[in-house]
Design a protein around this ligand. Structure first.
Ligand SMILES: [Zn+2]
Length: 111
């Protein structure tokens, strides 16, 4: 199994993260940073195109995270709770995204 691509990290990359070459820890750090950035972004509003991109991101990472969680790679209790927290981040980001789309639909009068 290949090691994590982050310099100095010697943790294993689980099969579910093979394409990203990140260990579970660094994958969660990456995902959390992205979710936080997208939440800030959607707070300021989102275009329909960006909405679709973020929706795709949510779908892909939700699937990947569930593979990490149930794919047979052994996780410590601490890591399990971080995985669950990350699911919560994805759910909250989805809610923010829907709210942003509702807001922009109200602001833009129907043609
Ligand atoms: Zn790592």
């Amino acid at each position: 199994m290949a090691p994590c691509q982050v310099e100095g990290c010697k943790l294993e990359v689980p099969a579910a993260l093979a394409d990203s070459a990140l260990c579970v820890h660094h994958y969660l750090v990456w995902l959390d940073g992205n979710c936080a950035a997208m939440r800030r972004e959607t707070a300021a509003g989102a275009t329909a195109e960006r909405h679709d991109q973020i929706a795709d991101f949510l779908r892909e990472q939700g699937e990947r995270l569930s593979h990490v969680a149930t794919g047979g790679h052994r996780l410590s209790d601490d890591m399990k709770s971080r995985v669950l927290n990350e699911f919560l981040s994805l759910i909250n980001l989805r809610e923010n995204l829907e709210r942003a789309m509702d807001r922009s639909a109200r602001l833009r009068p129907a043609p």
